[in-house]
Write a protein that binds this ligand. Structure first.
Ligand code: ADP
Ligand code: MG
Length: 398
């Protein structure tokens, strides 16, 4: 396999370790600076040049620094368009780098996170603090890293001052529930593919509440409970990352996901856990690089007039309790029920006898105009007897 590691720091510990493990496995490996690529885009194809030469590698391992996220992600998108394997996708990197966006995706997938508010106006600070559970609160900027831009505030006055200063410098500001049980410590979990390969506990020194390794934190071995493992794997998965450093806080009611890092540092974790994490990453890529990811959202928008629609059962209470097969008969080809999203799972082609629940979301695929009119008809008529006494509602939201 010809592997390109995209990194600006060939001498950094993580890069060196990845190169070393790749060479041991007979990979032809090069460290390429993501800022030295040129991208050619045309409707009849795309091209990538590195220092004027054609790109010839089979797989890409991105290690994109925070300061060049925009450029790095554009480059990875180009690889994706060429069908070249990348161990983390452009969308995975972009959505995990923004703490607001990442929190929205994690929450949508019912993954425990600290309560979080995004504020744009000083007048909302007090309400936001109440919403997240009261003082003290953590205030942070959405794009920070290595503990930069993360603060603990104990009074409303101090919180307002800080938010004001951050807003003045055009930062996007989050006010977050402070997980006191986890003061000064967190757990870093390394997920590779669908496995947890290593973990460690990080602790701060002195009174510091941030446990980042780069802030001179202490690292130690940890025995990871299964619940923590499962949560870390799900967090990496829903954010679309195959190689991820997932940071967990130890809350009183179990683990919470704090953030997910797409280019996790290897030095601390290899030392603390005694695991050869670099080897796990390289072996995973050797195994995984045959297939490239599919961006289903994009695929479903390929043709005008075709696409996916969802129906949130909470907006259609008359359908709750009915079996899917009664309202959407299998032989009625106009409304193919594609999938059912329930709890933390997605069921493809759900069984006709499945009874619909309040929190379910049904997903359909097909000609959107036909789908819309068929769905409208179904949400008005075809009502099973037990629900007939519920008054008719004129509006449907499909
Ligand atoms: N809501 C919180 N409750 C308790 N500790 C927190 C909270 N948010 C952050 N921390 C501490 O601060 C550190 C840095 O915060 P984090 O959101 O991970 O920012 P960064 O991306 O800069 O690492 C965390 O590792 C954790 O120790
Ligand atoms: Mg962090």
């Amino acid at each position: 396999m010809r592997l390109a590691i995209l990194s600006r720091g060939p001498r950094l510990y993580s890069t060196r370790r990845l190169v070393e493990e790749a060479r041991k496995r007979d990979c032809d490996v090069a460290v390429l600076d993501p800022l030295q690529f040129s991208l050619m885009i045309a409707d009849d194809g795309v091209q990538i040049l590195h220092k004027g030469e054609r790109f010839i590698h089979d797989a890409v391992l991105p290690r994109i620094g925070h300061s060049i996220t925009r450029h790095g992600v554009a480059l990875i998108r180009q690889f994706e368009q060429l069908g070249i394997y990348t161990s983390n996708s452009s969308s995975g990197i972009i959505q995990s780098r923004d703490k607001l966006r990442a929190s929205q995706i994690l929450a949508k997938n019912k993954i425990n996170i600290p309560r979080t508010a995004y504020v744009r106006d000083l007048r909302d600070v007090e309400k936001a603090i109440d919403e997240v559970g009261g003082l003290p609160v953590v205030i942070k900027v959405t794009q920070g890293t290595q503990g930069d831009g993360v603060f603990l505030r104990h009074t409303l006055r101090e919180s307002r001052h800080l938010v004001e200063a951050l807003l003045l410098t055009k930062k996007a500001v989050l006010i977050q529930e402070y997980i006191a049980e986890s003061h000064g410590k967190d757990i870093r979990v390394l997920v590779v593919g669908d496995k947890v390969v290593a973990s460690m506990r990080r602790k701060s020194r002195g009174r510091e509440f941030r446990s980042n390794y780069h802030l001179n934190g202490i690292i130690e071995k940890v025995d990871l409970p299964l619940e923590y493992e499962e949560l870390a794997k799900r967090a990496a998965r829903v954010l679309g990352l195959k190689v991820a450093g997932v940071d967990l806080l130890e809350g009183a009611d179990g683990p919470l996901v704090l953030e997910v890092n797409s280019s996790p540092g290897l030095e601390g974790i290899e030392k603390a856990s005694n695991v050869n994490v670099a080897a796990h990453i390289i072996e995973f890529i050797i195994e995984d690089h045959i297939f490239t990811d599919v961006d289903m959202a994009q695929v479903m928008r390929t043709q005008p007039g075709q696409g996916a629609l969802s129906l949130h059962l909470r907006n259609h209470p008359r359908l709750i309790g009915c079996a899917i097969g009664d309202i959407f008969p299998r032989n009625d080809k106009s409304i193919p029920v594609f999938a059912l999203s329930r709890d933390k799972k997605l069921e493809w082609n759900p069984e006709p006898h499945t009874q619909l629940r309040f929190d379910d979301v049904m997903i359909f695929y097909g000609e959107t105009r036909a789908l819309r009119s068929a769905l409208k008809k179904v949400t008005y008529s075809n009502l099973p007897r037990q629900n007939e006494n519920i008054p008719q509602d004129d509006s449907t939201s499909i």
